[in-house]
Design a protein around this ligand. Sequence first.
Ligand code: FES
Ligand code: FES
Length: 177
Amino acid sequence: MAKATKTKRASVTVRGPHKMPVHLFVNRQDYELHVEPRRTLLDALRKDLGLTGAKKVCDEGTCGACTVIVDGKPVYSCLTLAIECEEKSIETIEALAQDGKLHALQQAFIEEDAYQCGFCTPGQIMSLKALLDENPNPTLDDVKRAVSGNLCRCGAYPKIFRAGLRAAEILRSKKGA
Ligand code: FES
Ligand code: FES
């Protein structure tokens, strides 16, 4: 006869299922939202904050079109809950251009013609931004690895890789200027 064993219950804080206040810090701005705990970061950005740069394509963590940067790391926002991001710094493609000037990555994507339909582009750029923020002098392999979670159905990869390297060059030359 099997022996009954006593197990300790872990103390967990249950949140929801109803809407609750959530504080997000996005692109250096504070936002107070009222969302269900199951709300993904992607839906919070697109539907609640109107930041539609991150794209909803697969909505299941396979394409990378929804990539944003959270505390310096690229994440799939369709697989991340908004409530997980409280107290964290979130950066989306909308924050890249400053004072009407494109970010080096945006400039490089245009110069290298690194897109066709453009659906994967915001995600590709955010993955590369996370790389360049950490490593200003990436190799081709670094660039390939950085976008390895971003699918491009148009097959623009060679140009995307060139754009990543070109953006690193532009940023280095700006720093040296
Ligand atoms: S929409 Fe998030 S990975 Fe595809
Ligand atoms: S440019 Fe169309 S999916 Fe990448």
